[in-house]
Design a protein around this ligand. Sequence first.
Ligand SMILES: [Zn+2]
Length: 128
Amino acid sequence: MSDLKPCPFCGGAAVIEDGENFLVRCNTCHATTCDRSSERSAIYEWNTRTPPKVKPLEWDGRDITHLGSTIRSKGWLAEYFITKEREDLFALYWGEQNGVELGDFKTEQQAVDFANADFKRHVLEALA
Ligand SMILES: [Zn+2]
């Protein structure tokens, strides 16, 4: 009877736990609903839950046309750096300019998209 939607935070599968009350818990990130007196209301709460919207990163230094130039994300929690290493190679770093390399990308936009997705995942995991 349980048609539980995937976790709104991480996409993981969820299960119903029943004891004195009912709640739904994600198997992956352990996000839960509140305790509910009926299974139905726990499922309803889970299935209608929406994750908060995460604002995309903002970047300092939009100009990344020259080889070796770098743009840097502003904001709390994490800093990302994208350095143009060749015409078709943009390296994405996390933490500091030559910190943890998250990947190489053919375009600046691909690196920006990856950084935004990584940032969003960290924020949602922290909230779950
Ligand atoms: Zn989850």
